[in-house]
Design a protein around this ligand. Structure first.
Ligand code: ZN
Length: 241
């Protein structure tokens, strides 16, 4: 499995907002500014055929219309124009409203297929990996979804934004790598912190944790820790598993 860290930060930080590209074609979250971040990282954007959006906050879905716009305007023969968008009903409305408000007629016309987050447990949506869903708890947000993505070699967990909830522990117990929210030094009811990672590492000693959605200060503090299984990646880095 190939994992590219397009963004590892959060809103007020130097790093791009959190976004992960898997096997060059499955994109997890599309924060504001992400199209430009992908262009700077020389990503072949036409290859993206599946967009998974964790929840409706702007720094996770506001560039979705720009992805649709790009695919319509820069379409190349041999690529798939239609995009599968895996998300919840609230985020679906957000994306459809944003696409209308964008006044990009090409984005409005482009083919897309919304798939409800829970339905990925029952239908196979990609040939190269299996995807399953696990609900998260993220402040007042009605739907926040984490996922497990696995192939024959490896399994990864993606939490999106979340507090330290039962869903996080469920994913952690089932995967080799957990790519997760670590916005803060100390977790709260919206986001996880370094303290939650240390707890997970204690309970799941074989788990490797790759935090994303980090404030710059959190990243700096995490780098000081001597934890072999807490791996800090920077924007643009690629991990081959
Ligand atoms: Zn959020």
């Amino acid at each position: 499995m190939k994992i590219q860290f397009i963004g590892t930060g959060t809103i007020p930080d130097i790093a791009n907002s959190a976004s992960i590209l898997i096997n060059d074609h499955i994109l997890f979250d599309m924060p504001n500014g992400n199209l430009k971040a992908m262009i700077r990282q020389n990503i072949e954007i036409m290859k993206i055929d599946t967009l998974i959006i964790s929840h409706t906050h702007a720094d996770h879905c506001f560039d979705a219309p720009f992805l649709l716009w790009y695919k319509k305007n820069y379409y190349k023969v041999g690529y798939q124009l239609s995009t599968k968008i895996v998300t919840d009903e609230v985020t679906r409305n957000t994306i459809e409203t944003l696409t209308k408000l964008s006044y990009f007629s090409s984005a409005r016309k482009v083919e897309k297929e919304f798939i409800d987050a829970g339905d990925v447990n029952n239908i196979k949506i990609c040939d190269d990996v299996e995807i399953s869903n696990e609900p998260m708890v993220h402040s007042e947000i009605k739907y926040a979804n984490g996922y497990i993505i696995k192939d024959n070699n490896v399994s990864i967990g993606l939490t999106g934004d979340t507090s330290y909830c039962e869903g996080v522990r469920k994913i952690a117990s089932r995967v080799d790598y957990l790519i997760c929210d670590m916005t803060l030094e100390t977790g709260n009811d919206s986001h996880m912190g370094i303290n939650n990672m240390l707890e997970l590492l204690k309970d799941y000693p074989n788990l490797k944790i790759i935090p994303i959605h980090m404030h710059d200060k959190t990243r700096k503090e995490a780098k000081k820790l001597k934890e072999d299984n807490l791996l800090i990646y920077e924007d643009g880095q690629v991990l081959e598993l």
